[in-house]
Design a protein. Structure first.
Length: 321
């Protein structure tokens, strides 16, 4: 059955049936009114709401022959939930804009909803509503909301000379997986699956805020590009230390087989959604946070004191194909 056969309201009914508000982690308390009315009602106990939006386009961000619908659902949710975590906030709700060709199988939409709901449940958030529309291409727009829990947001603009730079999560895995799939291969599975479903260190965002992080960002377009946003917003120079980045065996072996420098995946590859933050120099890092560099006076980003010139620093939708 296609979405044209089930109709708009039949599709909505099928999808919302799979988006039951989870009772764990307080998601049921955050959502006061879920799907089914003109709008949802979400609790905002802090009085401020953190909000972000991300768009996924078939052929640009995902391919149905590379990823299952459930994979795409996880990925769409993760891209937005990571941005909320990067502000030091707790994600509470997701809204979906689902633009689809009429011949899309209904089963694909249902499994996509399963992936969205499962990823949201990892942080105690819920999918509270959205919209559907017929479209020539499959395009998914997701908006995420979050709660600061009475903390100040951690922006990109607070890094200071003398701060340390730290990372939580992993880098290069999704970029390696993308390269492997692009070359027509399907293994190693750990790297391919990292492209299909990122593993985001959600809890590290709140921990960073509690530890006194001065700036933070989600690495979605490439480490050098995204850390460059912190450097530009804060008016500082950031120097990363290559020796502080672990090169997993699967990545090293795959890079050797494909003739790729694995550090290009680590420094310029995106979609892993690691978190990078700057902290006062006397902070005691905890959890997944590990030191990877230092903040200095000046501008721009370097690796071991040298500007990166081997390739673009990261992804730019309007400059790259």
């Amino acid at each position: 059955m296609t979405v044209a056969q089930t109709g708009e309201f039949g599709l909505i009914e099928r999808v919302t049936r799979r988006l039951a508000i989870p009772a764990q982690n307080g998601a049921d308390a955050d959502c006061l009114l879920g799907p089914g009315d003109d709008a949802a009602v979400v609790r905002a106990p802090d009085g401020r709401v953190v909000a972000c939006t991300d768009v996924l386009v078939e052929g640009r961000h995902f391919r149905r022959d590379w990823s299952t619908a459930t994979d795409v659902g996880h990925r769409a949710a993760a891209a937005n939930l990571a941005d909320i975590a990067a502000m030091g906030a707790r994600p509470t709700a997701l809204l979906i804009g689902f633009c689809t060709p009429r011949d899309l199988p209904v089963e694909w939409a249902e499994e996509f909803a399963d992936g969205m709901a499962a990823e949201a449940a990892l942080v105690g958030a819920s999918v509270v509503g959205g919209d559907t529309v017929a479209s020539p291409s499959l395009t998914i727009a997701v908006t995420a909301l979050g709660d600061l829990q009475r903390r100040e947001p951690v922006t990109r603009a607070g890094a200071r000379p003398g701060d340390i730079v730290a990372m939580a999560g992993r880098l290069g895995w999704a970029a390696a997986g993308y390269t492997i799939l692009s070359r027509g291969f399907r293994s190693p599975g750990a790297l391919v699956n990292a492209f299909r479903r990122p593993e985001v260190p959600y809890a590290a965002g709140i921990l960073a805020a509690e530890l006194g992080a001065t700036a933070m960002i989600d690495v979605s377009d490439g480490m050098l590009a995204d850390v460059g946003h912190i450097a530009a917003a804060s008016g500082v120079h950031i120097d990363l230390r290559r020796a502080n980045f672990t090169l997993p065996r699967q990545m090293a072996d795959s890079a050797n087989a494909l003739g790729v420098d694995p550090y290009e995946w680590i420094f310029t590859g995106g979609e892993d959604h690691a978190l990078v933050a700057t902290f006062p120099p006397d902070v005691m890092l905890g959890g997944e946070w590990a030191e990877i560099g230092v903040v200095r006076a000046g501008e721009g980003v370097t690796v071991d004191g040298t500007r990166w010139t081997r390739s673009a620093a990261g992804w730019d939708h309007f400059r790259q194909e």
